[in-house]
Write a protein of this length. Structure first.
Length: 160
């Protein structure tokens, strides 16, 4: 059994079926955008994706990228993350399942963590009149680098 969350063939086949079921066209742009998303293997934003497409000499507008991402979210292939008010990032849903996010409120760094106890708790969680498909957990705080910098700044101020 292939459990690779970035399996381009499997994801492309699912997307093609989704397009056919909804009477939507299979276009080169949609196919290429999805393939590039599968190659990123992590969080991405539209600017990053656009740059990678351009570097591969595939010219497409950001509007087409946004529209394709919206379509991929409707097909439940991509999830949207808003770790801060500034940047929206996306991730393949198959890759997002199984990890949580730790976000530094100071520098905005995002780290993925795995915790089997949390994952099992959510899997076993029964919610009345609701079918669980996906969940995401964000834990906000301060990374060790920012905490160290803050402590040094405070120390420097008290020594003056």
């Amino acid at each position: 059994m292939n459990t690779n969350p970035y399996d381009i063939d499997k994801i492309s086949n699912f997307f093609n079926e989704y397009l056919m079921e909804h009477g939507l066209r299979k276009t080169t742009e949609r196919k290429t955008i999805l393939e590039h998303i599968c190659r990123i293997q992590g969080h991405f934003d539209v600017d990053m994706l656009h740059e990678r497409l351009e570097n591969d000499n595939f010219h497409v507008s950001k509007a087409s990228i946004y529209n394709t991402i919206e379509l991929l979210m409707n097909a439940c292939l991509v999830v949207r993350h808003q770790f801060s008010t500034k940047v929206v990032r996306y991730e393949l849903k198959s890759a997002a399942m199984g990890h949580h996010h730790v976000i530094c409120c100071c520098c905005g760094a995002v780290k993925e963590i795995r915790n089997d106890k949390i994952a099992q708790f959510v899997k076993d969680l029964k919610i009345a009149k609701f079918t669980q498909e996906y969940y995401s957990m964000y834990i906000y705080g301060m990374c060790s680098k920012c905490k160290y910098r803050l402590m040094n700044d405070r120390k420097a101020r008290t020594e003056k």
